[in-house]
Design a protein around this ligand. Structure first.
Ligand code: AQP
Length: 350
C-alpha cells in the first residue's frame, strides 16, 4: 500500500523530510524489521533526509526496568546500524536527549481533545481490562508521537499498519493547531505504509500482531535470535493442516498461513503470489524449513553486526549523542517558533 508519494501535494511548502521511531521496549522483532527498519534503510538510500529515533519516552508509558531500558536502547541503536542506517547520512538518536519532544508534546496535549484520545485503539489494547491502572503517559502517547514528528516538520512517516490511527491523529493535531492559531506552521504529515509486511502477525496467533512485549518469546522472531532458535520458532509456528493454495484469496480465511507467506515474500523481496506460485500444493512441513533458511540468511548478518557493535556501548552512546545534537539543531527553532505562535514570552533562547 502506498498512501502518498514523497511528492504529495499537501506538504509541498515543506522540505521532504522523514521521521520515524521505534520504542526500545524490548528487543527488535522481525515485525519491526520488515514493517519499519528495512524501509527506513530504503528511504535513507533513496537520498531522502531522514531522522530516526529510539523513543525511550514512549517506552516508559509501560513499566521498564531502568538498566534493561538502557541496554535495549543501545541494542536497538545497534540494530538500526546493523540493518543499514548510516548515522552520518541519517540522524539517529534517542528521544529523551532532545527535550523539544516533551515540550512540544505539552502544547499538543492542549490541542488534542480527550474524545480523540478515547478513540485510540492502541491505548485500549495496551491498557487491557484495567484502564484505571494504566499510566497517564500511555493515554497521552499519541500527542507525544505527534510532537516527535512535527518537531522536525517531517512531511512523511514510514510506519507499519498498526500506527495508521496515530498518524491520523498527528494530522488532526497539525490541522487544529494551524486552524486555532491562524497559521500554516505545521505540515499535515503523510504516512508511508508500504510493502507486503506492513503487519507481521504473531507466530502463535495469526490475528495478533507480532510484538516485542508479547509474553511469549515463541510468538516472535527477535533480530538477535540464532539460526537454531529461528528454525525452532518457525517449526512450532501455529499453522493449519492444509497445503498452500495457488490463489491468494484462498489465504484470507487462514491468517497463520497468510502471515508466513507474507513474511517469506517480504524477506525474499518478492510478492505473495510469487511465493504461492513456488510452493502451491506443498504443506508446512516443506515450507517452514525454507522460510527458516531464508530468515536466517537475511537476519544472521544483522545479528552478527549487532553483536559486534554491542561490544562497544560507549561508541553507540557517542553516535546517539551526535545524533541528538543534530536533531536538536532542527527541532529547537521549530519549538521556539511554536511557543511564540502560542503566545509564550520568549526572552531567552534554548
Ligand atoms: N508486527 C509488526 N508488523 C509490522 N510493523 C510493525 N511494527 C511494530 N510491530 C510490527 C512497526 O515498527 C515500528 C516501531 O513500533 P514500536 O516499537 O514503536 O511500537 P509498536 O508498534 O507497539 O511495536 P511493538 O513491537 O508491538 O512494541 P511493544 O510490544 O512495546 O508495544 C512502527 O512503525 C510499527 O508500525
Amino acid at each position: 500500500m502506498n498512501d502518498a508519494s514523497p511528492d504529495a501535494p499537501r506538504t509541498t511548502r515543506f522540505k521532504t523530510r522523514i521521521f520515524s521511531g521505534i520504542q526500545p521496549s524490548g528487543g527488535l522483532t522481525l515485525g519491526n524489521y520488515l514493517g519499519a527498519l528495512k524501509r527506513f534503510v530504503e528511504k535513507q538510500n533513496e537520498g531522502i533526509e531522514a531522522i530516526y529515533c529510539l523513543v525511550d519516552l514512549h517506552a516508559i508509558t509501560v513499566w521498564q526496568e531502568p538498566a534493561k531500558l538502557r541496554q535495549q536502547t543501545r541494542e536497538a541503536a545497534a540494530g538500526f546500524i546493523a540493518a543499514g542506517i548510516d548515522p552520518e547520512r541519517s540522524i539517529l538518536f534517542n528521544q529523551s536527549q532532545v527535550s523539544a519532544h516533551a515540550e512540544l508534546a505539552w502544547v499538543f496535549n492542549c490541542v488534542a481533545r480527550v474524545g480523540w484520545m478515547n478513540r485510540m485503539t492502541q491505548f485500549k489494547d495496551k491498557a487491557g481490562k484495567d484502564k484505571e491502572a494504566a499510566s497517564l503517559g500511555l493515554y497521552a502517547y499519541p500527542a507525544l508521537m505527534a510532537a516527535d514528528i512535527l518537531a522536525y516538520h517531517a512531511t512523511h512517516v514510514p510506519v507499519g499498519e498498526d500506527q495508521r490511527q496515530h498518524l491520523e491523529l498527528t494530522r488532526d493535531i497539525a490541522i487544529k493547531f494551524n486552524h486555532d492559531y491562524g497559521t500554516d506552521f505545521f505540515p499535515v504529515t503523510e504516512p508511508l505504509i508500504e510493502g507486503v509486511a506492513t503487519r507481521v502477525m504473531s507466530l502463535r496467533d495469526g490475528t495478533k500482531k507480532m510484538s516485542k512485549s508479547d509474553p511469549s518469546d515463541m510468538s516472535r522472531i527477535n533480530l538477535t535470535d540464532n539460526a537454531d532458535t529461528i528454525a525452532q520458532k518457525f517449526r512450532k509456528a501455529k499453522t493449519d493442516p492444509e497445503p498452500l493454495p495457488q490463489a491468494i484469496a484462498a489465504l484470507e480465511a487462514r491468517p497463520e498461513a497468510k502471515n508466513l507467506v507474507n513474511i517469506y515474500a517480504a524477506l525474499a523481496g518478492t510478492d505473495p503470489q510469487t511465493v504461492l506460485d513456488e510452493f502451491a500444493g506443498q504443506g508446512f512441513g516443506a515450507f517452514k524449513p525454507k522460510l527458516a533458511e531464508l530468515a536466517v540468511e537475511v537476519l544472521a548478518p544483522i545479528s552478527a553486526e549487532m553483536g559486534r557493535l554491542m561490544q562497544d556501548p560507549a561508541q553507540i552512546d557517542a553516535i546517539l549523542g551526535r545524533g541528538a545534537d543534530r536533531a536538536k539543531a532542527i527541532a529547537q527553532p521549530i519549538l521556539d517558533r511554536c511557543f511564540e505562535i502560542v503566545g509564550m514570552v520568549r526572552s531567552r533562547r534554548g
